[in-house]
Design a protein around this ligand. Structure first.
Ligand SMILES: C[S@@+](CC[C@H](N)C(=O)[O-])C[C@H]1O[C@@H](n2cnc3c(N)ncnc32)[C@H](O)[C@@H]1O
Length: 346
């Protein structure tokens, strides 16, 4: 039992989470549920993990391990049903059969892959974050970006993507990462230019997206019938090869405190995170907040501080910005957990 959830309950919870946006995983998870009922190979792989916390996303780890083998060409019978590998889903019965057969045949590797933590570095979140960065850029200073929970650091390259709306655009016109029609409602007066002077991130479990293993891990956690997200990820990996951004292996709160020791006059320091706070325990969140508040109190007009975050609230994500000196907090936008559609709050 994981945080009060049985394995069957976890699978059902995940099935509910995938139902609207990944019909293929809806079918796959039905196969996992049947397998649990009869103590099949999925049950054998999941059972040793039963006590792990809900946040460790056990079921997504199993699905990612299998997807990794599919993308590596190790499971042609299942690849025939996975659009990410060029297949077409076909009948639910055939998908269920292929999934269970694959897990049985590659059980050792699936079990080993299930040990890997889920790493979803979602580039779509930059479609929301860009409005925050460009609001900060109106202060007129270049930005020093410090990201907590960067994963592979893809969103650290946010200014090298292209954003195109009816009444504004920003970014590299030739970027392979393109956002169009991602925004709803009015657009606030955003800066039209923005220089990123420095970009640095941290993650306890960073991924190098420029290595084949790193790219394969990232790709495996995108749901196989979400080809637009996969294409965006591949495009962002291409940008990452051209635009360096370091991600230090470190725990967020302590790392941030170290980065903020020296103020940087002439730059606006931007502390940023997206869908990270739920991974910090209560003590770590308190340390993080205290570090941000203390740095805010030290901020000056010559060395301003911005805290930009995209974090869940109920069934959506909220983009909030606090600026120091002053400590004014703004709700800038709401969006989906993966970014678009982004609704400006004005
Ligand atoms: C859902 S992912 C979001 C990744 C990225 N921010 C994005 O939006 O695509 C959560 C990230 O938080 C990281 N994380 C977990 N605990 C952390 C901690 N104590 N300090 C910093 N990052 C942490 C995870 O490793 C993971 O990369």
């Amino acid at each position: 039992v994981s945080d009060g959830w049985s394995l069957a309950g976890l699978v059902e919870l995940q099935r509910h989470g995938c139902a609207l946006t990944s019909p293929l995983y809806g079918t796959v998870l039905a196969a996992v549920a049947e397998d649990l009922d009869r103590g099949g190979p999925c049950h054998q792989i999941l059972a040793p993990h039963a006590g792990e916390p809900l946040g460790s996303a056990l079921v997504l780890r199993l699905l990612g391990a299998v997807h990794r083998l599919v993308l590596a060409g190790r499971a042609p019978e299942l690849a025939a049903h996975y659009p990410s590998a060029g297949g077409t889903p076909g009948s639910p019965e055939a998908v269920r059969e292929a999934f269970t057969t694959t897990v049985a045949r590659l059980a050792g590797e699936v079990a080993a892959g299930t040990d890997e933590a889920v790493q979803t570095n979602e580039v779509g979140r930059s479609a929301a974050l860009v409005g925050g960065y460009l609001t900060v850029a109106r202060l007129g200073l270049p930005l020093r970006v410090l990201e907590i929970g960067s994963s592979a650091g893809l969103n650290l390259r946010w200014d090298r993507f292209r954003y195109q709306a009816d009444d504004w655009s920003f970014g590299d016109p030739d970027s392979p990462v393109r956002f169009t029609d991602a925004w709803r409602g009015t657009t606030p007066p955003l800066a039209t230019g923005c220089e990123v002077a420095d970009r640095l991130g941290c993650d306890p479990n960073p991924i190098d997206p420029t290595t084949p293993a790193g790219a394969a891990l990232l790709r495996s956690f995108v749901w196989p019938d979400q080809l637009d997200r996969l294409a965006r990820l591949d495009a962002a990996i291409e940008v990452a090869r051209r635009v360096p951004a370091e991600v230090h292996r470190a725990d967020g709160p302590g790392w941030l405190a170290e980065q903020l020791v020296e103020p940087e006059p002439g730059l606006t320091t931007v502390i940023v995170h997206s869908i990270v706070m739920q991974y910090l325990d209560h003590a770590a969140r308190s340390r993080f907040s205290a570090t941000v508040e203390q740095a805010g109190a030290r901020a000056t007009a010559a060395a301003p501080l911005a805290w930009l975050r995209l974090e869940p609230r109920d069934d959506r994500a909220e983009l909030r910005l606090t600026l120091w000196p002053g400590g004014h907090e703004l709700l800038l936008a709401t969006s989906g957990f993966h970014g678009p559609p982004v609704k400006w709050q004005g």
